[in-house]
Design a binder for this molecule. Structure first.
Ligand code: CDP
Ligand code: MG
Length: 709
């Protein structure tokens, strides 16, 4: 096949996209205005085509075109697709950058990246001087980082005095959104013009099921079985066309795929299926942390006669468009990181999606022809349990990391920052308080030396704090692997089959036992080191039921974190401390420096009580090596919290009360309001002294209470 013959279908394909007819008008609109809002149905070609149009129109002469995505998978797969359309090697003219994976070069002019990556670039170069165009994409998803970028862009680039500072030519900003809210976006960005790409959609018939009703809301753990049943029904009784199933997360998806595979094997295609042109089922999982080569498969059309069934997280709702989907199975749930004010922590929760989200999911079936959407929940569930709209992330997650970024950018008054939708003030205060507890800001709300070091790491501030403590004690080799392991997808394989699950559990327990001191962080370290020193690491993983590719990325992440640390250690004021004691204690003490906000003490039986002032009741998650060892524990720290029927703590480590005794009072020491600049202006010196003596007295009594326990 000649090269041109091979590529021409792709070219025609892109000419068939709705955006194509508006190409010249769109280019003109970008030329005419510094800010532009572009809207259009998902799949109309915004993400893949607009950057190419702008490049053709000469926008890359002065600088790069940067396109942000809230999700890493979207950034990577879209860059792959565009590189293919432009017939160039990925990483050359077209590249991508996501956390811990930079696939760009000197030649890159069209750069797809996560919003988090652009935020880091702003830190290093607030004028974004390398870029001629910034496209903030998928703004309707309202991810935390995209919202912050929007605010920063408004603050800097809508102000003529600041907009040209550090730049030799003006920046163009395009904001793309799949839905509504365009008026709000335009108003936010100095009433800029809105360009709407008319959509082409086909009707989708939606039916409600009976598997999930309002009474399931409290105790719902997403059962893969229910969606598998519906998917199989579609496969056997509906006409040809691909299926897209929405589930909540990696483990449910893998479980559902295993079940589907098993059941599909038993189908007799001569008798069991209605559409006789269908003679096979291709089952493909899709979730955020999947390896890229597997993700690419998702977009390929299935072989003739084969029906494709993609089992995905919410990622397939807007960021990625898979052609050929005719049927949707909607579980009605999504896994979301929410700040839970009842327990005072960020919790990974499985929650009902909003009605608008459900409509978006259904819409995926109507791109090329009429489709059908099968909801596994009842009409009553829809009416009573599903909210109208999804709450923006900025209003429901911890703001600690972004507030530190803003502070490092010199934005002191973080309460009056231009937010598209303001987070609740108490969330901002909570973040300031946490930064103070980690010594990242001082009592006046100014960034400390440590805070400046912390912002360099793309990790949760607590984990960074522990890592920096270890580095100052010269034992970073203990913490770097742990930080890396906690930054990649789950490394432990949990097979769906009960026998295999037992075998895997046994291996995992053995890995934990090898560390001597049952501690989930130490297990992570042990897995990392054992695999790294093994002659055949992939075989080692297979034998121990560990995801080899997850571990491979952990190796790469560890190297990158090591490089960042090494660069920072060259600075002359990098802290240095000493410690004498054994290695296990040293390791756990370092962890305590970052995790003293996540301390729990055993209360009765297997129940633990958090020490952050909320006193929430939590349980050790069954995946922990300390599960069923509760009786021997008194004090623990934990990495994160998962809420299903109970509130579970995961990645747990036993500690001694003495190690956190001096740190715990810090949790109650400061009134967060005092840390915000607003409060500072209002508080007089006299009031301040009074406040300080009152706090000191409170601290004293708290410490003696703790001692009494
Ligand atoms: O951004 P928007 O939702 O408007 O559309 P897009 O992501 O640019 O998608 C345009 C077309 O490219 C769709 O038909 C997608 O299926 C296709 N596409 C693909 O085949 N592979 C990708 N990795 C990304 C998009
Ligand atoms: Mg898009």
């Amino acid at each position: 096949m000649s090269k041109s013959a091979k590529w021409s279908p792709k070219e025609n394909e892109s000419k068939r996209l709705p955006i194509y007819q508006h190409k010249s008008k769109l280019i003109q609109a970008v030329k005419d205005s510094s800010f532009l809002v572009v809207t259009g149905e998902t799949g109309s070609g915004k993400t893949t085509q607009l950057p190419q149009y702008l490049r053709e129109a000469g926008f890359c002469k002065d600088g790069k075109i940067g396109i942000t995505q809230p999700r890493r998978v979207a950034a990577i797969t879209v860059a792959q697709r565009v590189a293919q359309e432009m017939q160039c090697t990925l990483g050359k003219e077209v590249g991508y950058q996501v956390r811990f994976d930079d696939c760009t070069s000197q030649d890159t002019v069209v750069k797809y990246m996560t919003d988090g990556c652009l935020l880091r670039e702003v830190l290093a170069d607030p004028a974004l001087s390398q870029y001629s165009v910034i496209i903030l994409d998928e703004v309707h998803e309202r991810s935390l980082n995209t919202d912050i970028l929007l605010g920063l862009i408004k603050k800097v680039f809508t102000n003529p005095a600041k907009a040209t500072k550090g730049r030799s030519f003006p920046l163009k900003v395009v904001v793309m959104s799949a839905t509504l809210e365009t008026d709000k976006l335009s108003a936010f960005l100095s009433n800029c013009p809105v360009f709407a790409i008319p959509g082409r959609t086909f009707p989708v018939t939606c039916t409600f099921g009976s598997a999930v009703g309002p009474k399931d809301l409290e105790n719902f753990t997403p059962s893969a079985l229910q969606v598998v049943k519906v998917a199989l029904d579609i496969h056997t009784s509906e006409m040809a066309g691909d299926i897209l199933v929405f589930l909540t997360g990696q483990s449910e998806i893998e479980h559902a795929c295993d079940m589907l595979f098993e059941k599909a094997e038993c189908i007799d295609y001569r008798y069991d299926v209605t559409d006789q042109s269908v003679d096979g089922l291709l089952i493909l999982p899709l979730y955020g942390s999947m390896p890229t080569d597997q993700q690419r498969q998702i977009f390929q059309p299935p072989p003739p006669g084969i029906r494709k069934c993609v089992v995905a997280t919410n990622i397939a709702a807007t960021s990625l468009t898979i052609d050929g989907i005719k049927y949707i199975v909607d579980s009605g749930f999504v896994k979301q990181l929410n700040h839970n004010s009842r327990v005072g922590m960020d919790i990974l929760e499985v929650v009902p999606i909003s009605k608008s989200e459900a409509q978006q999911r259904a819409g995926r079936a109507g791109r090329t022809s009429a489709g059908k959407c099968f909801r596994i929940y009842t009409k009553e569930f829809w009416e009573k349990c599903m909210p109208e709209y999804t709450i923006p992330e900025i209003q429901r997650t911890s703001l600690t990391a972004v507030i530190l970024t803003l502070k490092c950018l010199g934005i002191h008054d973080v309460i009056r920052f231009p937010y598209l939708d303001c987070p609740e003030e108490r969330f901002i205060l909570e973040a300031l308080k946490q930064l103070y507890q980690f010594d990242a800001i001082d009592r006046r709300g100014n960034v400390t030396k440590l805070g400046e070091l912390m912002v360099e790491f793309p990790l949760h501030p607590g984990l960074t704090r522990a890592l920096l403590k270890a580095a100052s004690l010269g034992c970073q080799d203990l913490l770097l692997p742990v930080a890396a392991m906690l930054s990649v997808e789950n490394i432990f394989i949990r097979p769906g089959h009960p026998d295999k699950q037992k075998e895997a559990d046994k291996k995992h327990r053995a890995l934990a036992a090898k560390t001597g001191s049952m501690n989930d962080f130490a297990t992570l370290l042990n897995v990392f080191q054992s695999c790294k020193s093994s002659d055949r690491p992939s075989a080692w993983c297979k034998e121990n039921w560990i995801h080899w590719r997850a571990l491979k990325s952990a190796f790469s992440v560890e190297t990158q974190l090591r490089d960042i640390l090494h660069r920072l250690q060259q600075k002359k004021d990098f802290p240095v401390e000493t410690f004498d004691g054994n290695k296990s204690e040293l390791f756990r003490r370092c962890l305590c420096t970052g995790y003293f906000t996540n301390v729990a003490r055993r209360s009765i039986g297997k129940v633990f009580c958090t020490m952050d002032g909320h006193g929430s009741m939590v349980h050790i998650h069954p995946s922990s090596s300390l599960f069923d060892q509760e009786a021997e524990l008194n004090w623990v720290i934990f990495h994160d919290v998962l809420a299903t029927s109970r509130v579970y703590i995961r990645t747990v480590c036993p500690i001694r009360y003495e190690w956190v005794k001096d740190l715990l009072p810090k949790l109650h020491e400061v009134d967060a309001y005092e840390l915000s600049s607003v409060a500072r202006e209002e508080v007089t010196a006299e009031e301040m002294t009074k406040w300080e003596s009152r706090e000191a007295a409170k601290r004293q009594s708290e410490v003696s209470n703790e001692d009494a326990m």
